[in-house]
Design a protein around this ligand. Structure first.
Ligand SMILES: [Fe+2]
Ligand SMILES: [Fe+2]
Length: 206
């Protein structure tokens, strides 16, 4: 399958980064394929590699910082630090370039992919501007992971929220986090898939 060599090359790094990176990246890649299939536009040869590589930089950050200073810590007393987030962008861009070159990925595509890895999120968590559709798709695919049961459950534990609180928080953030109308529909779909005990009956889902 196209991109299989790249995915195999990414996996060791995704296993080394945050505990969620392998499943997060796999699920976000699935969302990116869906957005492309459903007519979001964009260039598959840029979007798919950029999603696979977007969080690879966490592999280059010391375990102590990954676990104590990121939004997905495994420790209850972790303290979020934007410098770690910034480093996953810069280190990720360097590593992405190394990996793509080692696989002889077409030269003209490496620059645009690396640029998306370096800028896939900003430190305040704002949406990307709309000038680069490929980056918009990568950003939406990245954030759609937040709407999966896997992340909602870990979010509850991390932020000490109840199911209803985390569910309403996610519903509220759809317009803030996602750019494409298709992505917003998929986010609602994901919320609709949650078991009944997760959410109070809510008309927004129907
Ligand atoms: Fe990221
Ligand atoms: Fe991500």
């Amino acid at each position: 399958m196209k991109f299989d060599r790249l995915w195999q090359a990414c996996k060791p790094y995704l296993r080394k980064g945050r505990s969620i990176d392998l499943i997060h990246t796999r699920i976000s890649t699935d969302f990116a394929w869906r957005l492309l299939r459903e007519g979001a536009g964009g260039d598959t040869d840029i979007v798919i590699p950029a999603v696979m590589l977007h969080d690879i930089g966490y592999a280059r950050i010391d375990d102590g910082d990954v676990y104590m200073k990121t939004t997905f810590p495994d420790k209850a007393n972790a303290k979020y630090d934007t410098r770690v987030k910034e480093r996953h962008l810069t280190e990720g861009a360097k590593l992405a370039e190394e990996i793509l070159r080692s696989l002889d990925y077409p030269q003209g595509l490496i620059g645009p992919i690396v640029e998306i890895v370096r800028t896939h999120e900003d430190l305040e968590g704002n949406k990307p501007d709309t000038t680069n559709l490929n980056r918009v798709i990568v950003s939406d695919a990245d954030k759609l992971y937040r709407y999966t049961a896997y992340n909602l459950t870990s979010g509850m534990a991390l932020h000490h929220r109840t199911k209803a609180q985390i569910y309403h928080f996610m519903l509220d953030r759809i317009d803030t986090w996602l750019s494409l109308e298709i992505s917003k529909r998929i986010a609602i779909e994901e919320l609709r898939k949650l078991p009944f005990d997760f959410w109070p009956v809510n008309e927004a889902l129907f």
